[in-house]
Design a protein around this ligand. Structure first.
Ligand code: AMP
Ligand code: MG
Length: 310
């Protein structure tokens, strides 16, 4: 059995930002993953401290495994949500509707049944899956880090941060621009080895989120069972994809859509893209083929372009 807590994206700073520009570098463990901040600006230390506090509070509030979290109270129908928390839940519900339920934030009982939160892995019976699907317990694991990136941006706006590159456990949040106007270069991790398959050029403040079959999984009898579940079956989504990377201004949307597009697969995901105007995406198939939507600048690999028009 194997568990991979991976940094999905390797951040390549190819921008000529010399060490003297880097005013703050910080690593922390939060939301079950390593996070890494690189922040430029005179008040970076305070901004980083505020972000770390916010992330820890967010982890506590929205923990799906705790009996005493806000999310547990939401399951019990006893949660007293602030306006901001109620807005988050409303946005999450809207994203679930928008994706036709491919992003389903109420699958925790099924995730738990497979043993992903505890590493106590188990291939459940159909009967067990059907019962767990009915429980509808909340789990914001597919969207919270993206939302956290968005909240970090709000904090950095209040401090004297010039620009930043945050790696929230593979969810990348860029902030601001480099002085010379050159883009951030973000490597997309290969699902097949520890290298990268290509590099995205990203301008300004953006969220870049990947969902992949290599991020959390176990293997049994030669079969890989991973953590992204198809809500229709309660089983790992068998969509022909190994990873999906979404680029979007809105972090919560980026994160929810990366999970949803992974569940949908290339064909349905292409249709979804053509009906949308707020994100770009890179699809990596299990065969190794790469498809990227037309609004992206992707270098270092061969790929087919998905356009908005059919
Ligand atoms: P991500 O890595 O962002 O794709 O999120 C995967 C995590 O979200 C899993 O570890 C589960 O906790 C949860 N999850 C699994 N499948 C889904 C789904 N179809 N919709 C929403 N959350 C899911
Ligand atoms: Mg996600």
């Amino acid at each position: 059995m194997k568990r991979a807590i991976c940094l999905i994206l390797t951040c390549l700073l190819l921008c000529g930002c010399g060490a003297k520009d880097t005013t703050f570098n910080r690593t922390l463990f939060c939301m079950d993953t390593m996070m890494d901040f690189r922040i430029w600006g005179s008040d970076s230390t305070n901004a980083a401290n505020k972000m770390a506090d916010m992330l820890e509070a967010m982890e506590e509030d929205w923990s799906a495994s705790s009996d005493t979290s806000l999310l547990a109270a939401l399951n019990d129908g006893t949660a007293d949500l602030t306006q901001e928390q109620a807005e988050l839940i409303a946005q999450v519900e809207a994203l679930s509707v928008r994706t036709g339920g491919a992003f389903d934030p109420r699958l925790y009982a099924v995730t738990e049944l497979w043993g992903f939160p505890t590493d106590d892995f188990h291939v459940p019976t159909q009967e067990e899956i059907d019962a767990a699907l009915l429980e509808r317990r909340w789990d914001l694991g597919a969207a919270l880090k993206g939302y956290a990136g968005e909240r970090c941006v709000q904090i950095m706006e209040r401090y004297d941060v010039e620009r930043a590159l945050l790696d929230l456990g593979g969810n990348i949040q860029t902030y601001g621009s480099k002085p010379d106007g050159s883009p951030w270069n973000i490597g997309i991790r290969s699902p097949f080895d520890s290298g990268t398959i290509g590099t995205l050029s990203i301008t300004g403040t953006m969220s870049i989120v990947t969902s992949g079959d290599y991020q959390r999984y176990f293997e049994l009898d030669g079969q890989r069972y991973y953590h992204i579940l198809d809500p229709k079956t309660g089983r790992p989504a068998d969509s022909g994809l190994s990873s999906v990377t979404v680029v979007c201004e809105d972090g919560l949307t980026a994160d929810a859509l990366s999970t949803a597009l992974f569940v949908m697969g290339l064909e349905e995901g292409t249709r979804f893209y053509q009906e949308s105007d707020d994100f770009e995406a890179v699809f990596i198939l299990t065969t190794g083929e790469v498809y990227a939507t037309e609004g992206l600048t992707l270098t270092g690999c061969e790929f087919q372009v998905i356009s908005h028009e059919n």
